[in-house]
Design a protein around this ligand. Structure first.
Ligand SMILES: [Zn+2]
Length: 312
């Protein structure tokens, strides 16, 4: 292998590995603005009423008067260098407690997700919101993708060892319930702009999260729906833009290089590497996987075509 080829392989490997390593590491705020404490006497009053757009995802009234494991916007020190704030409300409940859709919508994600155990996301285009239900039970899960009505059963709270906790490190059974402006697909980013973000290094309302109990008790959808925070285009999209750009640029360099040096097999190996990376990113629900699948779909046939042509 020539020194040039080795350098190329090394550069490609560095680009691929760095994708996995980059994530937000800024220090979070000391505290976030105080939110109104919502005293909810009877959450059931929001249920079964077709006139109202929203309802609570759990039935248990006590969950709301003594609600919350972590309140919306409460911050904690995670490591010496990182503070994080909670982007949702946590409602404590027994394992197996039914969880209901908070509004009409479309389930855009239902699946296992790291520290969440089972996670469900529902998009609500009529209000320009999405809602997030974390720490559900993988063993009793209910909802798949597709349309769902307000109040429909979507899942159950998970046991302490399957809700994102483990037998060694059990997690108190609770619902992590978040509401965010925009739709899930509008948050492709990493760090604070992850669509499934639960703890972030900025105040949650700066990333579009709303206080769930306040949204529900207000029962009000602004004209045209809730608006996403403005001016954060790059904060949201930098990850797929920068890395998508790097991938496409490397690919174009590779095209020129393999053509000049007549090394089409490099195109095939690049395509194969792309498939592996694309699959890994796909399992992380990153939009970058689309770019990588596209590049492999272009590289492998082209490389093979040139190899066959050369062999003739
Ligand atoms: Zn939580």
């Amino acid at each position: 292998m020539s020194a040039r080829t080795t350098r190329f392989h090394l550069l490609t490997a560095i680009i691929f590995i760095s994708v996995g390593l980059l994530s937000g590491c800024e220090q979070g705020p000391e505290s976030c603005p105080k939110y109104t404490d919502v005293e909810l006497v009877n959450p059931k009053s929001y249920q079964g009423n077709d006139q109202l757009p929203f309802q609570f995802p759990l039935e248990n009234a006590e969950s709301y008067t003594q609600p919350i494991l972590y309140n919306f916007g409460s911050c904690r020190q995670v490591t010496e260098r990182r503070r994080e704030c909670h982007s949702a409300e946590d409602y404590i409940g027994e394992p197996g407690t039914p969880v209901y859709a908070f509004a009409d919508g479309e389930i855009s994600f239902s699946g296992p997700m790291g520290g969440y155990g089972w996670l469900i996301i529902i998009d609500h285009p009529q209000a320009n919101l999405y809602s997030l239900y974390g720490h559900l039970s993988p063993s009793r899960w209910e909802a798949k993708r597709g349309p769902v009505e307000k109040g429909e059963l979507i899942g159950y709270l998970g046991d302490a060892d399957e809700n994102g906790g483990s037998p060694e490190q059990p997690l108190i059974p609770h619902l992590h319930f978040g509401i965010r402006t925009g739709q899930r697909i509008k948050y492709p980013g990493s760090g604070e702009w992850r669509w499934m973000a639960g703890w972030i290094a900025i105040c949650p309302q700066d990333a579009g999260w709303l206080q769930p109990s306040l949204v529900i008790s207000n029962q009000h959808i602004p004209e045209g729906g809730f608006t996403m925070p403005v001016g954060n285009f790059f904060a949201i999209w930098w990850f797929p833009l920068v890395f998508g750009g790097i991938y496409i640029f490397s690919w174009m360099c590779l095209l020129v290089y393999t053509r000049k040096r007549e090394k089409p097999h490099l195109l095939v190996s690049f395509g194969a590497l792309c498939i592996v990376a694309a699959w890994l990113l796909f399992t992380k629900h990153s939009l970058l996987s689309i770019v990588l699948f596209g590049l492999s779909a272009a590289s492998i046939p082209l490389g093979l075509y040139r190899l066959i042509k050369r062999a003739k």
